[in-house]
Design a binder for this molecule. Structure first.
Ligand code: ADP
Ligand code: NI
Length: 218
């Protein structure tokens, strides 16, 4: 096997063994889907280094299982540790770790600055996994895990201006669509992701219409 393909396969196996059994929404199959999304997006981005994109996608949540709300330096450090065992150019290691670090960063307003095309692709791929049918499933799984109501017509959605407020919210799960998921399609960087997001967004809108209809008994 070509050495780049071999490294991708080894990295996938490594991440899978670290994250399997993880129930927080960052299980191996989240990584798998982000990896596949990233490949689909990269096909339409001729200037992107696909090898970097794949490695960054595979390693992007590697630190999350240990310190869920905490230390943002864990992910890049664990990724570096793994990559240094495999004879990769320091510049490439640095590039991948920068992507992971920029992805982890969730400051006030949760605005996103990704400094490379490879990083923008991985961020788009990660965000695509939060919307559409998968996004709906993940969101209700999260809400169930946190004991949230499905919906409460008396609790209106709010737009959080800080990441702390956003994380502290105990609002019903439907509110999360308005607080985050429906905003994601306009935050995509690449044209492939914008197109895929458009379709997944439509699917969530249809779901919500049907949900309210059923809520009122028709
Ligand atoms: P990410 O930023 O990688 O999407 P999060 O930890 O924010 O990761 O969320 C993981 C999953 O849980 C996502 O699908 C997200 O939409 C969902 N989620 C996060 N916060 C909430 C919430 N308050 N209510 C419902 N679902 C949520
Ligand atoms: Ni992720």
């Amino acid at each position: 096997m070509h050495s780049q393909k071999l490294l991708i396969q080894k990295t996938a196996d490594h991440v899978k063994s670290l994250l399997s059994g993880e129930g927080s929404g960052h299980d191996w199959w989240h990584i798998y889907r982000v990896w596949k999304n990233a490949q689909s997006i990269a096909i339409e981005e001729p200037t992107a280094n696909v090898h970097i994109v794949e490695l960054a996608a595979l390693l992007h949540d590697i630190g999350d299982h240990k310190f869920h709300n905490g230390d943002e330096t864990v992910g890049p450090r664990m990724a570096r540790e793994w990559l240094e065992r495999h004879n990769i150019l320091e510049a490439d290691i640095q590039h991948i770790c920068t992507i992971i670090q920029e992805l982890c960063f969730k400051g006030a307003g949760t605005s996103s600055a990704m400094s490379s095309i490879e990083g923008r692709i991985v961020q788009d791929a990660d965000r695509l996994d939060a919307i559409g049918a998968i996004g709906i499933a993940r969101t209700f799984a999260y809400g169930g895990h946190k004991d949230r109501l499905l919906y409460d017509p008396e609790v209106k959605p709010v737009l959080h201006t800080s990441f702390e407020d956003y994380k502290a919210s105990t609002a019903p799960t439907i509110n999360h669509f308005y607080e985050k998921l429906l905003l994601l399609k306009d935050r995509m960087h690449t044209k492939a992701a914008r197109r895929i997001a458009e379709q997944r967004h439509q699917y969530m809108e249809t779901f919500l219409q049907q949900f309210y209809k059923e809520w009122e008994g028709n």
